[in-house]
Design a protein around this ligand. Structure first.
Ligand SMILES: CC(C)(C)S(=O)(=O)N[C@@H](Cc1ccccc1)C(=O)N[C@@H](Cc1c[nH]c[nH+]1)C(=O)N[C@@H](CC1CCCCC1)C(O)(O)C(F)(F)C(=O)NCCN1CCOCC1
Length: 330
């Protein structure tokens, strides 16, 4: 079997939302597919009313296939300090033509203010490794883990785009979605992430800098978070770029367009090139002359995060069979 659905960007490509069908008859929610976590949780009829602002709610009592897992609970917190918690049902979940009949659907009873204010985001669908799932007393499998045995190929692909809808596909690799070759690299799943090592980077037309960058491919993080040495080398090339403590990040003049940024993949010289305009992440003030940088530091996290700013420059294969990541230009 195979499946897939569109991934539509919110403003500034801060996140990508994908329609996911839950229950019988189907209830369609727009979820943030997140390879940095492994819980599928949704706003629901059980979410406290004061914490709901516009989101679509999953109501298990309106689904003939919903079964409550009595006594099961979940609670999760994310890198940006947001959090949610609740109870657990099993129900039918589909992404396009791909259906998992008995998927753990974690219904939120509480969500933090960041989720409440993100009115188009109806929840998250985690595609990290199972070890990250927070359900107690027994961890539950991700949609991908449940689907894998039936898939034509044990893979899903991320084809995020700048400012326009892209796609997540399951079970196959669309040869029309990328150019050149796909370079596969090994993944360390010991922390539950799609964790890999890039051999280095290049700035604009500059020479390639060999320096190992260990980080995760994370569709749920908006920016490209890199070691401070790399980040200061990049912004050091841009007159007017500086670290702005009030914004808690590097800012730069929105024009002229900043230099491209390339990160290496594999040891054959392959690289993914981010066009400089991707680094103009969003205007900071009303003037529109200063932009918040799409590349920021990873200090305090312990590893780099190849988030949407990086992923939208590539076609990425998440191979659950060989536990490898495939990177291609497009
Ligand atoms: C708000 C912002 C300034 C634009 S942002 O750049 O911070 N963007 C947020 C995502 C976002 C988009 C839209 C609205 C609100 C929030 C962002 O990039 N958040 C990252 C920031 C980060 C990562 N690391 C350090 N800081 C994050 O927490 N991403 C997680 C998913 C997010 C959570 C908030 C809602 C949107 C999805 C994540 O899952 O990708 C994660 F990997 F970073 C993470 O936190 N994974 C949780 C891992 N735990 C380990 C223990 O077991 C449970 C799971």
């Amino acid at each position: 079997s195979t499946g897939g659905a569109v991934a539509t960007p919110e403003d500034h490509d801060v996140e990508y939302l994908t329609p996911v069908s839950i229950g019988t008859p189907e209830q369609i929610l727009n979820l943030d597919i997140d390879t940095g976590s492994s819980d599928l949780w949704v706003f629901s009829s059980e979410t406290s009313r004061s914490e709901v602002k516009g989101q679509t709610l999953y109501d298990p009592s309106n689904s003939s296939t919903a079964q409550k897992l009595e006594g099961y609970t979940w609670s999760i917190s994310y890198g940006d300090g947001s959090s949610s918690a609740g109870e657990v049902y099993l129900d039918t979940v589909s992404i396009g033509a791909l259906t998992v009949s008995s998927q753990a659907v974690e219904v939120a009873q509480k969500v933090s203010s960041e989720f409440t204010s993100d009115s188009n985001n109806d929840g998250l669908l985690g595609l990290g490794f199972g070890s990250l799932n927070t359900v107690q007393p027994n961890a539950q499998k991700t949609f991908f883990d449940n689907a894998m045995p039936a898939l034509d190929s044990p893979v899903f692909t991320a084809d995020l785009k700048a400012g326009i809808p892209g796609r997540y596909n399951f079970g196959y690799i669309d040869p029309n979605a990328y150019t050149g070759n796909i370079t596969y690299v090994s993944v360390d799943d010991s922390q539950g992430f799609w964790d890999w090592t890039s051999p280095g980077y290049a700035i604009g037309s500059g020479s390639f800098e060999n320096t190992t960058i260990k980080g995760i491919a994370d569709t749920g993080t908006s920016l490209l978070l890199l070691p401070s040495s790399v980040v200061s080398a990049y912004y050091g090339k841009i007159s007017g770029a500086k670290y702005d403590s009030t914004q808690a990040g590097y800012v730069l003049p929105c024009s002229p367009t900043p230099p491209d940024f390339a990160f290496g993949v594999g040891d054959d010289g392959a690289a993914i090139v981010l066009p400089g305009k991707y680094i103009n992440y969003a205007p900071t003030g009303s003037s529109g002359t200063t932009c918040f940088g799409g590349i920021q530091g990873d200090s305090g996290i312990g590893f780099a995060i190849f988030g949407d700013v990086a992923l939208k420059a590539a076609f990425v294969v998440f191979d659950g069979g060989s536990k490898t990541l495939g990177w291609a230009s497009k």
